[in-house]
Design a protein around this ligand. Structure first.
Ligand code: ADP
Ligand code: ZN
Length: 629
């Protein structure tokens, strides 16, 4: 991107000048200190040197008073005097300024010269501290004045720079994948920037501001940039968090400056990231509230100020649209809101396909499977995933990115890096049976659970092992049967520990399984109305932080019933899993032993062990056809 020099970046040069001035002054002070030290050391040398010229004698002020009659010449400089006595000896003396004494000496026939011209270094020594003080005061004052009058406060902005990038961008809608509806909404803006006249003729009012909301990494910046690229207009980007400074009024100046710049370059896109940093609702009181309020007001003034055909489109981005001051959302300001959701399965696939072009990826890598296994990933996460995979490929000496690299990258992002943790053999064994338990029960319910992707006893993050599922599609809801099956799968790990190792050998390793199951049961009973006993009523059981609080909408009796019901659901799931595993003990054992031998089993391998070859083939066919749709 071509970067045009901005007034803002020129300020850097300004502050450099001040830096140089300060440096010169500083050096001057040091030099002076050294020089004055040097001269005093001369005196010492003089006293000890047996040179031809006799060293001057030292006279104190009282000596001078006593010997005033004996003085022949005296030249005074500051508090130092030197000269000769009438007997020819040279002297040095420390003088206090005393006109009567000087008069007395001169009356006795001595010639006195007073040198009050100071060396430049001495001048500096006196004046530099004062100058520095003055300069500093001026510096602050100038900044304030600049901020208030809206002029450039170069120094202050230099001190707290507004990062702004600008220029023509090559990014277009082709670089944005998976958010077609959002693209469509912005198409109109592109059209307006390209054909202003057309809109003017009809008298259509085009939004001045567009608010893009969405989680970090969903492509808000990318989309804004693409609008500029499509319309072939300059793109200015800045961030709301850069507008608050230690000095009140600074944000106002910066807003004015940026809008002035946009006006000079119209038509253009002015992108303000993290706009919530300036546009927060005004009721929330905080330390620099007043400053932010002024900044926000200035933003509103600027947005109201330019006429519709100026051709400036302001695009704001936030991940907290709920925090914004409603004044920002009024007509003529950010009156159009585009919400960018996390990409769904098709969206993830499209984004992966787009970014995959940048890497050498083996044909065997199934991007559809990657998309299936990355529910909740943003566009930026997906890009990061591919990059991690490429890095892993390089580290493991692959020429192209293989499926294993993608697997590793995904697991690393989701669970943390592989651990080389030394585990006791009995812990490894228990983990294998635990995971085999999950895998078997999951296979048993394969009609209503997501297909198993893999099972592993390689520790990663906090997990000692895991069974991963790969949803065929993004889930938006679950049937009661699915909930029940998932509860059984979740508790099957603990059930396997009990079955194979005995009730007193169970471990804390099932902690997250239990948390997950309890959460799912509680959600089903109190929120989703899945329990016959409690019925289809919504009961608040969590505050906004997800912490369990007293049941607000429930009598004590209902609260007790809810607690009992959750327990019943979890207990039933646990005993269901235990029964299933006991009935198929040898099969589960076989799975566990394979896991111990191979550490990681793919979904197909697990299905083969449990169902035999035939079923695996059938499953694979089913999977393919799913992948196609
Ligand atoms: P945001 O501004 O919402 O935080 P960005 O626009 O900065 O997100 O996205 C970061 C990066 O993630 C982009 O540069 C791009 O590489 C990638 N990305 C995000 N969303 C998409 C998308 N829909 N299509 C293609 N790439 C995307
Ligand atoms: Zn488990």
């Amino acid at each position: 991107m071509k970067k045009e020099k901005l007034p803002f970046s020129k300020k850097k040069d300004g502050s450099l000048l001040y830096l140089i001035i300060f440096a010169v002054l500083f050096v001057a002070v040091i030099v002076r200190t050294i020089v004055s030290n040097g001269s005093s050391s001369n005196t010492i040398n003089g006293m000890f040197n047996h040179s031809a010229v006799k060293a001057p004698i030292e006279l104190s002020f009282s000596d001078v008073l006593r010997k005033s009659k004996d003085i022949k010449t005296m030249s005074i400089k500051g508090t130092e005097a030197k000269g000769t006595l009438k007997d020819g000896t040279t002297y040095r003396a420390t003088m206090a300024y005393d006109p009567t004494l000087l008069e007395k000496i001169s009356k006795n026939g001595a010639s006195i010269s007073i040198d009050d011209s100071k060396s430049w270094i001495e001048y500096l020594g006196t004046w530099v501290p004062i100058l520095m003080g003055l300069l500093f005061i001026w510096w602050i004052f100038r900044g304030l004045k600049g901020a208030q009058s809206g002029g450039l406060s170069r120094t202050l902005i230099g001190q707290n720079p507004t990062r702004i990038t600008m220029g023509k961008t090559k990014t277009t809608f082709k670089d944005v994948a998976g958010i077609d509806e959002e693209k469509q909404e912005l198409m109109e803006i592109v059209d307006f920037l390209k054909n202003k006249e057309k809109f003017k003729e009809v008298g259509a009012r085009v939004p001045r501001g567009i608010l893009l909301s969405g989680e970090p990494g969903t492509g808000k910046t990318l989309l804004a940039r693409a609008v500029a690229g499509e319309a072939n207009v300059p793109f200015f980007a800045t961030s709301g968090s850069d507008f608050s400074g230690i000095i009140v009024g600074l944000g106002v100046a910066k807003i004015k400056e940026i809008f002035d710049m946009a006006k000079r370059n119209a038509p253009c896109i002015l992108f303000i990231d993290e706009i919530d940093a300036i546009g927060q609702r005004r009721s929330q009181h905080s330390f620099n509230d007043q400053d932010r309020e002024q900044t926000l007001n200035q933003l509103l003034i600027e947005m109201d100020g330019f006429s519709n055909d100026t051709g400036i489109i302001v695009i704001g981005a936030t991940n907290r649209p709920d925090m914004l001051d409603s004044a920002l959302l009024r007509p003529g300001r950010f009156d159009r809101q585009v919400n960018i959701e996390l990409p769904d399965l098709a969206g993830r696939r499209a984004i992966l396909d787009l970014h995959a072009k940048k890497y050498k990826i083996a044909e065997s890598v199934n991007l559809q499977d990657v998309a299936r296994g990355t529910t909740g990933f943003s566009g930026a996460d997906l890009e990061n995933l591919l990059n991690e995979a490429a890095l892993h490929a390089v580290r493991s000496g692959n020429k192209v990115v293989e499926q294993s690299d993608v697997e590793e990258a995904r697991d690393k992002i989701l669970m943390g890096p592989k651990k080389n943790r030394k585990m006791r053999p009995e812990d490894i064994k228990l983990t294998a049976y635990h995971e085999a338990g999950h895998a078997f029960v999951s296979l048993h319910y394969s009609d209503v659970t997501d297909p198993i992707h893999k099972a592993t006893i390689v520790p990663r993050g906090r997990a000692l092992g895991m069974v991963q599922h790969l949803p065929v599609d993004d889930k938006v809801s679950m049937t009661l049967a699915e909930v029940r099956a998932n509860l059984s799968v979740a508790l099957a790990g603990r059930a396997a520990e009990e079955l194979f190792f005995g009730a007193d050998k169970i471990t804390t390793g099932a902690e997250s399984d239990i948390a997950m199951a309890t959460h799912l049961a509680r959600y089903s009973v109190t929120t989703a109305g899945l329990s016959k006993k409690i019925g289809t009523v919504a009961i608040n059981q969590a505050n906004t932080f997800g912490q369990r609080v007293a049941l607000e909408n429930a009598s004590e009796k209902t609260a007790e019933a809810v607690d009992n019901e959750i327990r019943v659901w979890v207990d039933n799931a646990h005993s269901d899993a235990f029964k299933l595993l006991s009935k198929n003990k040898s099969m589960v054992e076989k799975l566990a032993k394979e896991l111990l031998a191979r550490e990681t089993l793919t979904g197909d391998e697990i299905r083969e062990i449990v169902f035999g070859k035939k079923k695996t083939v059938k499953k694979a066919v089913v999977k393919k056809s799913n992948a196609k749709k």
